[in-house]
Design a protein around this ligand. Structure first.
Ligand SMILES: Cc1cc2nc3c(=O)[nH]c(=O)nc-3n(C[C@H](O)[C@H](O)[C@H](O)COP(=O)(O)OP(=O)(O)OC[C@H]3O[C@@H](n4cnc5c(N)ncnc54)[C@H](O)[C@@H]3O)c2cc1C
Ligand code: SF4
Ligand code: SF4
Length: 826
């Protein structure tokens, strides 16, 4: 951590969505690099501007849309100057100042001053009751003027104007929208879609004057002389109004930048690193012009924020190369989606689909076999998919004829009937505002065990901005959690057979001394008398863990591999893996394995990824015999089939390797001898590498040891499976004894706290590394107690299951079923 004095000073001007997002990204990358000061002209913390319309429509409160309150800044040591407008930047002196003369020096300055709404220069625009639509103050003004029966005129039938109109109508006002063009939202919609939208909004009671221009705003007579009373259109028609909202566009707010001499065009000019012409000053958000483009939606601004954070963090590798944008309208019950160039030109063609009965319209603009733009009205489910095809420039010739019917109809590979989100690839963007793709959401749901929309919002930000992807996120939740997702539950039961969570069940087992599966089920009032394939193995493990030596393993609650003590393969045969301690074997052992393989005609002998030999293709009825022979040659079961300790992978270490600093092989064998036979919530793999070159890949194991000159670095929670996760560093110890104690304590904590079928990686992510450190590293008494319980459990667990079965235990499991014979003829 840098000492405070060495920190640089970063000043952000503009406490809005882009600027604060940049700070959030920066804090992730380099939390201690800067002393940060934020100036915001608005007197609040940072809020979600996108959600002003739901506040106006009374669907949300201002409190609901706060993103970062004053405490957020304080907790991160950020100085917030809310309600302080910066009026001057002294670039030579590297200082910003406000109107009252206060200010702050900077080493780096970030401008994120957003946009200013355009006020039409028509007579009367200064009257009381004429508002623009940009910030919460505007919403408050509109709310104050709104009352049932009063009349509002909204000038501008674009995205903001329609949202304002909808919000005011929800407050009971009689609303007329005056729009210059023939088509609503003409920058996002073509004529047919705009028409459908208008008709649908008319059905909801909004009034429209299309192709109409406001010429003047008229005051009332007498005491209402300073207040708006009507809007006069070109042509003379007057629309009575108690409130006029101007939503006719925005302009990048460049006043401050221009005044200090920074080159600006429509916006502040920036390069691909978001740097202005002054290398000490960066700019992001709506105030910026990048490669000729200004953006007015958050998705591109957040991409910019990522890039600027990368440069402020002095990583210097990110580049912003512009964004493709898509738009959705946030008016409840109206589904509109648009992206790209949606008006065909001479070189492109239009594919359209119209179902007036259902109010569905879709148009795709295609050029050179690629989608260039899309407009969807009424059915926007495939919006994300079209947007992805467009952004990736995917050739569409192969499925062009089905394109308009949506992804579910393209190349049915057995997914017909599934909802659209199922067939989206992981890289498909679900939340455009925050740039979150499907894979990220699904990973968060599984890894972080999320069950509710709010949790997904918190962990991934998806659906937390405009909210129009909420439906898709909910589908993802439902698909990922399967039957578990209906109404978001406050707590997740172990399975459908009970209302209790894994933790509650385990607590009941120990607290009330429950010692059989049926006792647990009776006591906790299981809904299904015999439980199911999910809860029975879990209960069996929890009881085994709680009552070592006392609880008698329930064979019927084991999965098939554990019941058969061998791994079932795709052809119904089994694979047998003898334990090879620390991966070290001998000619005698190899000979024995070779003889056994020949004797039982084992078709394949394979070296596994965990340094063992796998005898593949063994018939079930031969298993006890093979085990007996392997036992006779000195082998025990390798538990390659179980939720148990599997292997301890080692490198050759100090004994043979030029680089080895410790005897990693011997340590690996000691660890395996100590931990073999232990049952766990899931499989567990260990490894020991003799030096930081890490040839045993210890940093993707559940517990990994990396030997160094001065001792042993311990790593936990790695996973080399489908989702690779590198370990977290647990601590460093000096002796092998300490390694063994920490390992035992760690495994026992996992046994006691991990949910059945939860790997160490997921468990650590759930409970937090600091919790594990606290119990295993910081608190010596806790470590010793955990280790003690592990050793006690091991006294009962280290019984070779093969030997038991070879001597006749559970013999029925291995007797093949006789095929039913036809009755003998008399
Ligand atoms: C009603 C509404 C609905 C919207 N809906 C959507 C939507 O559905 N989807 C979407 O993607 N986008 C939407 N947007 C647009 C989105 O909100 C903006 O693109 C985004 O907020 C811009 O972020 P920014 O940080 O550049 O500007 P802002 O969020 O406007 O932040 C700029 C801040 O800088 C402050 N500031 C300016 N000058 C100074 C100064 N000199 N000193 C101190 N502070 C200063 C301003 O007061 C402001 O708080 C909507 C916008 C509005 C108004
Ligand atoms: S990890 Fe180090 S000691 Fe072990 S084999 Fe690799 S280089 Fe040698
Ligand atoms: S990686 Fe897949 S195919 Fe290979 S052994 Fe594991 S489960 Fe089987």
């Amino acid at each position: 951590m840098r000492p405070r004095r060495a920190r640089r000073r970063l000043v952000l001007v503009g406490n809005g969505m882009a600027g604060v997002r940049a700070i959030e990204e920066l804090l992730e990358l380099a939390p201690n690099l800067y002393d940060i000061t934020v100036y915001g002209a608005e007197p609040h913390g940072n809020y979600n501007r996108i959600l002003l319309s739901p506040v106006l429509a009374r669907e949300k409160t201002f409190d609901d849309i706060m993103l970062n309150r004053a405490e957020w800044y304080a907790e991160r040591g950020i100085t917030l100057r809310a309600g302080a407008e910066v009026v001057c930047i002294d670039r030579a002196g590297r200082r910003v100042s406000t109107a009252d003369g206060s200010g702050a020096p900077y080493d780096r300055l970030l401008l994120a001053t957003g946009s200013t709404p355009i006020l039409l220069p028509i007579p009367g625009s200064e009257l009381d009751g004429v508002v623009t639509y940009r910030d919460i103050r505007d919403v408050e003004r509109m709310a104050a003027a709104a009352a049932p029966g009063r009349r509002a005129v909204v000038i501008g039938g674009g995205l903001l104007g329609l949202e304002a109109a909808h919000g005011l109508q929800k407050r009971g006002m009689d609303v007329t929208v005056v729009h210059l063009c023939e088509t609503l939202m003409e920058r996002q919609l073509d004529a047919p879609a705009g028409d459908l939208l208008r008709r649908s909004l008319e059905e909801r009671g909004l009034n429209f004057r299309m192709a109409a221009r406001a010429a003047a705003i008229l005051p009332g007579p007498g005491s209402r002389a300073g207040r708006v009373a009507a809007v006069r259109l070109e042509g003379g028609e007057e629309l009575a109004a108690d409130l006029v909202v101007m939503a006719v566009g925005i302009r990048p707010n460049v006043a401050l930048a221009r005044a200090c001499g920074l080159p600006c065009d429509r916006g502040v000019l920036v390069d691909d690193t978001m740097q202005t012409f002054d290398p000490a000053i960066y700019a992001v958000g709506e105030c910026v012009q990048h490669r000729g483009a200004c953006y007015g939606l958050v998705a591109p601004l957040f991409e910019q924020a990522k890039v600027v954070a990368n440069h402020l963090a002095e990583l210097g590798i990110a580049r912003y190369s512009g964004s493709a944008v898509s738009t959705k309208l946030k008016v409840t019950g109206v589904d509109v989606f648009s992206a790209g160039d949606f008006i065909a030109d001479a070189d492109s063609e239009e594919l359209t689909f119209r179902d007036a009965g259902r109010g569905v319209y879709k148009k795709l603009v295609v050029k050179d076999d690629r989608i260039r733009g899309a407009v969807l009205y009424g059915d926007t489910v495939d919006g994300a998919w079209y947007f992805k095809l467009m952004r990736d420039a995917t050739p569409i010739a192969d499925f062009r004829e089905n394109l308009l019917f949506g992804q579910a109809h393209v190349g049915d590979s057995g997914t017909a009937g599934a909802d659209a989100v199922t067939s989206l690839p992981d890289s498909a963007e679900i939340c455009g505002c925050n740039g979150v793709c499907k894979g990220e959401i699904v990973r968060a749901i599984t890894a972080k065990k999320l069950f509710t929309l709010d949790e997904v919002r918190k962990h991934t930000k998806a659906s937390s901005s405009c909210g129009s992807c909420t439906g898709l996120v909910e589908q993802l939740l439902a698909n990922t959690l399967g039957g578990d997702y209906s109404v978001p539950p406050a707590k997740k039961p172990m399975c459908a057979c009970t209302v209790h969570t894994h933790e509650e069940v385990r607590q009941a087992i120990t607290e009330y001394g429950l010692k059989t599966i049926s006792a647990v089920m009776r006591f906790l009032e299981w809904k299904m008398p015999d439980g199911c394939h999910k809860c029975r193995p879990a209960l069996n493990f929890y009881l085994l863990c709680a009552w070592p030596g006392e609880y008698e393993d329930d064979r019927h609650s084991r999965l098939i591999n554990e019941r058969a003590h061998a791994n079932i393969q795709r052809d119904g045969t089994y694979s047998v893996v003898p334990r090879i301690w620390g991966g070290v074997t001998s000619p005698h052992e190899l000979r024995a394995i070779a003889d056994i393989a020949e004797k039982y005609r084992v078709p394949t002998v394979k070296v596994t990824g965990g340094q063992r030999l796998d005898l593949l293709g063994v018939r079930k009825e031969d298993l006890p015999k093979i085990w007996r022979d392997l036992n006779a040659a000195g082998f025990v079961s390798g538990h390659a089939y179980g939720k148990a300790l599997r292997t301890v992978k080692t490198c050759v270490g100090k004994e043979w390797c030029r680089f080895g600093t410790q005897d990693s092989t011997a340590l690996g064998i000691r660890l395996e001898r100590a931990a073999w036979g232990s049952w766990h919530p899931h499989k567990v793999k260990l490894a020991v590498s003799g030096c930081p070159r890490n040839c045993a890949e210890a940093t993707i194991k559940d517990f990994g040891v990396v030997c160094v000159e001065s001792g042993y670095e311990l790593h936990v929670g790695g996973n080399g499976g489908m989702k690779v996760r590198a370990t977290d560093f647990l601590c460093k110890v000096e002796t092998e004894e300490q390694v063994l104690e920490h390992c035992g304590a760690f495994l026992q904590l996992y046994r006691e706290e991990g949910r059945y079928l939860e790997r160490t990686a997921a468990w650590i992510e759930r409970v937090g590394l600091s919790h594990v450190k606290q119990r295993v590293v910081d608190d010596a008494a806790s470590r010793s107690a955990l280790h003690g319980r592990f050793l006690e459990a091991q006294r009962h667990a280290q019984v070779d299951p093969w030997a038991e079965r070879a001597s006749g235990k559970d013999v029925n499991e291995f007797v093949p079923l006789e095929p039913a014979r036809a009755a003998e003829p008399a």
